[in-house]
Design a protein around this ligand. Sequence first.
Ligand code: GTP
Length: 609
Amino acid sequence: YPPELIRNFSIIAHVDHGKSTLADRLLELTATIKKGHGQPQYLDKLQVERERGITVKAQTATMFYKHRTNGDDHSEGKDSPSFLLNLIDTPGHVDFSYEVSRSLAACQGVLLVVDAAQGVQAQTVANFYLAFEANLTIVPVINKIDQPTADPDRVKAQLKSMFDLDPSDALLTSAKTGKGLEQVLPAVIERIPPPPGKSDSSLRMLLLDSYYDEYKGVICHVAVVDGILRKGDKISSAATGQSYEALDIGIMHPELTPTGILLTGQVGYVVSGMRSTKEARVGDTIYHTRNTVEPLPGFKPAKHMVFSGLYPADGSDFEALNHAIERLTCNDASVSITKETSTALGLGFRCGFLGLLHMDVFHQRLEQEYGAHVISTVPTVPYIFEYSDGSKLEVQNPATLPSNPKQRVTACWEPTVLATIIIPSEYVGPVITLCSERRGQQLEYSFIDSQRAFMKYRMPLREIVVDFYNELKSITSGYASFDYEDADYQQSDLVKLDILLNGQPVDAMSTIVHNMKAYRVGRELVEKLKKVIDRQMFEITIQAAIGSKIVARETISAMRKNVLAKCYGGDVTRKRKLLEKQKEGKKRMKRIGSVDIPQEAFHELLKVS
Ligand code: GTP
């Protein structure tokens, strides 16, 4: 396959607009997978992905398609040339925007899928700009035209006004009924240019993704940008400097299909004896060990934006949790894990995630796939504190900050994001209120058409980490669409808020908040805790404090009767039974100091912003 017969493209879309369904249809159309193969959405492999209908881990597939272009020889007996089409899947969510832009770096064009009824949404905008900035050819696809509420003309007008895309370029499809699908691959071939790489240059491959296979070890997905890779070649990583041998190489068709060679412009897999996916960094350049090459632009390690502590729900389960986390991170090298100890919760882990969804998915997989029961602490973002001696420190765990940072801290910074929000016009008022409560600064406010408003805000990341999306959905009856990208750090007036039970600080409950909000957050946390902690044999005081200043306080009075009061000290078996029963009830409790805290207390804390 010379590069002229290769096309590399991606499908990008707002969540649920039909990206995976369309990908499936294209794979069926080219007989890459069998029609009705009984497993919808071939490309979404993980259980959580299928359950939540979101695409987390990118998958990629090669298809073969016969197509006659205008310039071809149309004489009798000449077969249409077969094209090699690489569909490079991108994760559908902003948490993975770095991975999205890496995947796009291997493409020359994209199908921008928009739901014919919902129109342009927040992730359509974010994804459009990623593709646009990468100079890719954009083929607009208006999908789900079979729906009764479909209004393709309105969507065409939006594409024109928002992105300056020519309405006559839009393909109208229904991935469900199959209508219009026959135009998609011809449009890919005719509109998207072939890969520009040079066959006679030194080998340069872009590492797109990797996963761990029990039998083969680490499998890397790569795009050959320049040169040719043959089985047995010695290759090196530009990021780590380590060398390997290309033991097995081939294409995803869609299962791994060995080919022994990968040509310029091709996308395929390489097995090279890497022991862990940590050695396979998305965005890395792989080259022949014998050559020196200029690495492909833009490798950067994943940046962790949300951190939370993970502790075994039952203290004895530490090893089980450790094992589960190790297995899970084999396939998700983008989570950072360090061991930590909490006075309140014992031995656990501090985990760094790319974003909120990433964190949620990780928790859910731990529980679903590995049966681990965990307590997770309030998520926090990486703050930067500057101390009086001039040193700057990134704080990923509020507990590590001294209780009265004011004494030693000279300045603090917090990460911000650029948030894109699209909503029906009638919800503009409440959304503006919500964003300003969350310390947002409005940057842009306009209308996509007569019914939809578009807003751009700069917001502290901390404010969207805690329940922002749920709140936004609930005040807009579910109609808001939301997306965000990392922005710079901003200087901020931050304080550490401690929670004290009977005068003892509970390290796992400390948070860092904006000074202006500290009183309100303190009050709410204390009230929430009062509701979920049961009365015990003694009085419990719950306090919120900034340094030595108490900002909120509640008391839970002591239980008047204890369980043994009825026994009159007589019946021993009865007494034992009662004690057993009490123990049973205590199982899902964490004892902190002398106070029993139910696990749900930690969940409640997640909802206070
Ligand atoms: P992510 O994987 O989260 O990025 O979502 P997606 O964009 O891949 O959407 P997906 O393909 O999972 O489709 C979302 C829903 O829309 C599914 O229930 C599909 O069955 C449905 N759907 C997809 N295409 C069509 C279509 O053309 N018409 C109709 N009526 N429904 C469709």
